[in-house]
Design a protein around this ligand. Structure first.
Ligand code: AMP
Length: 221
């Protein structure tokens, strides 16, 4: 099974992706995670994309196409994948269709998660990530107080850089989030409509508890 999950930042794509993956033997391909890993490794790719990501803009289509073409050709993804964060522009959507046609495979479902902008800003203002285990959590769910230790892996410091383990992503600041929402509306939604011409697309209400959203997703899969 090949799935694509799309939606504005903070709508719950990451959470829902993990729940979908738990049930199915699919490989998670998150372009945001791949780029963040490149930044942390200090690679040339990482250096190129760091400023773009922090500003909330999109990394160039050419670079992203190269990255996804390479990832989709690797052995571990041949039995099915969940694509998270790609495509993000009409050019990427057209490129993806071309790659998949070339391999001779399709997409079983495109899930487009939606939620109002103000709800998204409220959620992202409280989102924190652990540098040690990469787990994402929300201060709203943790009673509003940032813990010293990561509740998932127990780390208080990033093992590599002796910074606090828990941090807010630079691109989760309110102003940047508003910009990312605008980018989603202008560039990523049109990408979804391009895919809809070829594959089944389902719009999913992303409001409510994660379990409720999962049920909505499961009912269309
Ligand atoms: P995400 O974790 O999916 O929200 O991605 C974080 C950031 O990585 C985005 O705001 C972009 O700067 C960059 N990024 C991730 N995926 C893509 C993509 N498909 N095209 C362009 N930029 C991307």
């Amino acid at each position: 099974m090949n799935l694509v999950i799309m939606g504005p930042p903070g709508v719950g794509k990451g959470t829902q992706s993990h729940l979908i993956l738990e049930k199915r033997k699919l490989i998670h391909i998150s372009t945001g995670d791949i780029l963040r890993m490149a930044i942390r490794s200090g690679s040339d790719l990482g250096k190129k994309v760091q400023a773009v990501m922090n500003s909330g803009d999109l990394v160039s289509d050419d670079l992203m196409m190269e990255l996804i073409k390479d990832r989709l050709s690797q052995d571990d993804v041949q039995n099915g994948w969940l694509l998270d964060g790609f495509p993000r522009t009409p050019k990427q959507a057209e490129g993806l269709v071309e790659i998949l046609d070339g391999i001779g495979i399709g997409i079983d479902a495109i899930l487009v998660l939606r939620a109002p902008a103000e709800e998204i800003i409220r959620r992202l203002a409280g989102r924190i990530t652990c540098r040690a285990c990469n787990e994402v959590m929300n201060l709203i769910g943790l009673g509003g107080v940032s813990p010293v230790f990561c509740p998932f892996c127990g780390e208080s410091k990033d093992p590599k850089r002796s910074k606090p383990a828990l941090y807010q992503r630079a691109d989760d600041k309110e102003e940047t989030v508003r910009h990312r929402l605008e980018v989603f509306r202008k560039k990523t939604l049109p990408a979804a409509w391009i895919l809809e011409d070829r594959y089944p697309l389902h719009e999913i209400d992303g409001n409510g508890r994660p379990g409720e959203v999962t049920q909505r997703i499961e009912s269309v899969l």
